[in-house]
Design a protein around this ligand. Sequence first.
Ligand SMILES: [Zn+2]
Length: 300
Amino acid sequence: MDRAGNNDETDGTTGPAGWRVALLIAGAVLVGALSGFGLGAAFPGGGDAVVSRELPPLREAQLPRIAVSGRTGADAPLVVLDPGHGGFDPGASSTGGAREKDIALALATAVRDVLLDLGGVRVAMTREDDRFLPLEERPRIAEALGADAFVSIHADSAPVPEAQGANVYVLSARASDREAQALARIANESASGLDLPDGADDVAHVLADLMRRETALASVGLATAIDEESQGAMPRHAPFRRSANFVVLRSPEMPSVLFEAGYLTNPDDAQRLADPATRQIVAEALARAILTDLLAAQPR
Ligand SMILES: [Zn+2]
């Protein structure tokens, strides 16, 4: 939302600063009430403009505070890690009761800590606790922070328990395979209020608008780095590199990948990802890949 744009007319012309703050906090409800009582006329020179205008609700107030960590300067590349699901959306679950939202958060936190230990980059997370975040907000947070890379972290389910191992996904209008397509559809439906285009034809124009070729290539570069670093560090599902139309990968501004750490419907994967020691191995591989790719891409 363009808050600045929506409030240009009111800045500095609304009388006491307190009024503007109050209006910003209360949003459209208070504006409507003031309008109904005719209080706008009490503020000459712009007051009317304030009360006659429907302010959109402030998204800033709804967004969590995002901490950017890192020992290096602000010019160091920034990776935003996005632990999937959260809050009322648990994601997939194992027969033993492990929940994807918890594993994604634990894995992302471990990746962040390894990255901070290795140094050279800054790290932020879209969520650091068990909270719900709409899918569309996740890349938006990263864009707002000026991220150089966006890595969404999941551990999903498969229709059959035999499916095992990690995958990395990049955005594509047409999924690389039927399973990838199904996974993206489920992921996009979970916890999104939007009516999202599903067919490849529908998204082709969206992609054309959204995705610069440079960003797409950089996303593939990041996926390639994860491909290389993950070999020998974890069971991998074949093909390892896949593509599908995930909402969280649609930013035109930064290379974005979705890392599936494994399938919670597979007992071995579930156990491996629930155990902090084996999870750490995955985190280290992912962190090395991110660091290698980000530092290789500098200067941008
Ligand atoms: Zn997921």
